[in-house]
Design a protein around this ligand. Structure first.
Ligand code: GTP
Ligand code: MG
Length: 381
């Protein structure tokens, strides 16, 4: 293996596991270094690492002052690995749930993939000693994530993964926000969003034998809620920006109609000015909040398209009115209102969302990973 490889292992009270784990990693992937990220484990995990014969050579230790969660430990470990120039970075638990023997397959998969996922849910993969309740929970959780996020990956909660360094940079893994299982899902989702090549490698997952679990209800809840926010956050923000734009549209129309020196304007001029003001607000709002990640776009093209789709959206309302009023003969005031204000609003909103997302603020999906750094802001570690 020419690439420089490292395996990042977060530990909290894993004194019983960590030394043997390091030995098995070294046996399976002798070319790889190991970084243990320990959160000041009370059971002396860090001391066990320091007294290992490889310590200071292929084995490194990153010590943090206290238990801050799995995601935070991984972000610190990934930052360390990037700083130290590693090309391929793997992550795994310390409790032997992830088979060290599959590390080599994971690293080699990165020859022609950006992310390699040690997967339970592809042919050849599985879980070895789970009762039906754990199986159902894991399977149901994965189905929930797959249906909502559509990552294209079968095992979205997998904690056994490998990344090329530019993939970590592209997905902004250092700026991810979740700590528990959500951390694994978040990176799977970010990788899918960035259009990276993700390949699954079958593994058999084994329940921990020694040490205690750190899994909690809070960790599961974090994941459930975050998945909903990732899935619907963009639409909700878009609707909120649109709502603010609508209020500003109405307010500025009345401003231009009633307040000196604008009260000389007739309704059509006031309407046009109000639409202009509302468009500036919704453009800035969508650029700042809804699609803040896509910062590499050509600004003039972006604004041009934004105005174009707004004009087309406005054209919709006229066309819909003509269809319902003149062609279908629905001439009552109620019909006109439903047509102009309900159908047009829904159609126009859907049309704007779709065109903004696909054309105006499109994230640069087709480009190669190395050319898109920081699709997501990565500020926190
Ligand atoms: N540094 C650090 N490591 C953690 C923290 N929480 C969990 N870990 C480690 O992350 C890995 C996964 O944690 P586990 O307790 O095995 O969680 P789990 O796999 O969901 O639960 P089990 O099914 O019981 O194994 C283990 O290596 C833990 O030692 C933390 O707050 N800080
Ligand atoms: Mg575990």
């Amino acid at each position: 293996m020419n690439a420089r490889c490292v395996v990042v292992v977060p530990t909290y009270d894993e004194a019983e596991n960590v030394a043997r784990l390091v030995d098995e990693i070294t046996a399976a992937a002798p070319y790889a270094d190991v970084l243990v990220v320990d959160d000041n484990s009370p059971d002396g995990t860090a001391d066990v690492v320091r007294s290992h014969p490889s310590y200071g050579k292929a084995l490194h230790l990153l010590e943090r002052p206290g238990k801050a969660g799995l995601g935070a430990a991984y972000r610190a470990g990934f930052a360390w690995a990037l700083e130290h120039g590693y090309d391929r970075i793997a992550q795994m638990d310390a409790d032997f749930s992830h088979p060290p023997a599959r590390l080599d397959a994971l690293f080699r998969t990165l020859d022609d993939a950006d992310v390699a996922v040690g997967s339970r849910y592809v042919p050849g993969g599985g879980v070895s000693n789970w009762d039906w309740r754990r199986r159902l929970l894991s399977w149901g959780g994965n189905l929930y994530v797959r249906l909502l996020l559509r990552t294209g990956v079968h095992d979205n909660t997998a904690g056994f993964k490998g990344f090329r360094r530019d993939a970590l940079e592209t997905i902004g893994a250092l700026g991810s926000e979740s700590n528990g299982y959500g951390f694994q899902i978040e990176n799977a989702w970010r990788a899918a969003q960035a259009g990276l090549r993700v390949r699954e490698v079958p593994i058999t997952f084994t329940d921990r034998v020694a040490g205690t679990s750190k899994m909690s209800g809070a960790i599961a809840r974090e994941a459930l809620v975050k998945v909903l926010l990732w899935r619907f956050g963009t639409v909700l923000t878009f609707l909120a920006v649109g709502g603010v734009g609508y209020v500003i549209d109405v307010a500025s129309f009345n401003f231009f109609r009633t307040l000196a020196p604008f009260n000389a304007y007739d309704p059509a001029v006031a309407r046009t000015l109000a639409v202009g003001v509302a468009m500036i607000v919704t453009y800035v709002g969508n650029r700042t909040f809804t699609w803040r990640g896509s910062s590499e776009a050509d600004r003039r093209r972006e604004i041009g398209l934004f105005v174009l789709f707004n004009v087309i959206g406005f054209g919709f309302s006229v066309v819909t009115l003509v269809i319902s009023h003149d062609l279908l003969g629905l001439t009552s005031r109620l019909a006109d209102n439903i047509s102009a204000n309900v159908i047009v609003l829904a159609l126009g909103t859907a049309f704007r969302y779709w065109t903004y997302k696909k054309y105006v603020f499109a994230t640069p999906k087709e480009r190669t990973p190395s050319s898109i750094h920081q699709v997501f802001p990565s500020s926190r570690v």
